[in-house]
Write a protein that binds this ligand. Structure first.
Ligand SMILES: [Zn+2]
Ligand SMILES: [Zn+2]
Length: 248
């Protein structure tokens, strides 16, 4: 990607508009050569502040019941027992890129650190920074963005950066905040009577929480029955199960 500052428009690339004196909508201009308007930059700053604040709090919210229930949620009885862990918290805290020394293809990085690392790597590549941290962390990756902040705000990709930060901010605040637990993956294995996790005399669906293995990006494991899956297999089996039940 080549840098073409001269072609960057000086209206907010998020398409912000405001009313003029004639009560007509017109595009909002940016300060300097920035690609986002002042209002968007303030929001982006806020997302990043929140991410920095909430990330270290993740570990305290691993267990179900560690956050208040979403007040809007219906108090219906759950058909299955609650999971022993919050899968979405584990996903956010995944530091796989760190474990393998940052050599994973950038599309495969995981977790909150991975989302920010992707943008920090864009800055490193485009500005030809050659130093790399020993360990990629929220702090190391945000520092790369912040040291180049003026430059970052002049790039044509700021709307995509902002979209990622908004999404990560909301995922992190849901994880440590006021919303109820929403599992993202369940084990589709049918446990036979006598199998670990099945106390009954009938075959039952495991429905344990599925975790991604740190050392093997393609493998996931069920916390309840310990069965290992290929990521695509687990997804396919679960879709087949939902289709059988007519819930999809
Ligand atoms: Zn804007
Ligand atoms: Zn299982």
């Amino acid at each position: 990607m080549t840098e073409q500052i001269t072609t960057v428009p000086n209206t907010c690339m998020n398409g912000c508009e405001e009313r003029n004196d004639e009560d007509e909508l017109e595009p909002v201009y940016t300060s300097d050569r920035f690609t986002l308007c002042d209002n968007c930059i303030r929001r982006l700053d806020k997302y990043i502040d929140n991410i920095r604040k909430n990330y270290p709090r993740l570990v305290a919210h691993l267990m179900p019941g560690s956050v208040e229930k979403d007040p809007e949620s219906k108090q219906t009885k759950k058909p299955v027992a609650p999971l022993p862990v919050r899968v979405e918290v584990i996903d956010l805290a995944d530091e796989r890129h760190y474990l393998i020394g940052g050599s994973l293809p950038i599309e495969n990085v995981r977790g909150a650190v991975g989302v920010i690392q992707r943008w920090a790597m864009t800055v490193r590549t485009q500005r030809r920074f050659t130093t790399r941290p020993k360990r990629y962390t929220i702090a190391s990756e945000l520092a790369v963005l912040e040291r180049s902040w003026e430059w970052v705000l002049q790039q044509p990709w700021t709307p995509a950066l902002m979209k990622d930060m908004r999404k990560l901010n909301s995922e992190l605040s849901n994880a440590v905040g006021l919303y109820r637990f929403r599992p993202t993956a369940w084990c589709p294995t049918v446990l036979q009577p006598g199998d670990a996790g099945n106390e009954s005399t009938e075959p039952v669906l495991c429905e344990g929480p599925l975790l991604t293995l740190s050392r093997d990006p393609l493998a996931i494991v069920c916390l309840k029955c310990r069965r290992k899956y290929d990521r695509d297999d687990a997804d396919r089996l679960w879709r087949e199960k939902l289709a059988r039940e007519g819930t999809m």
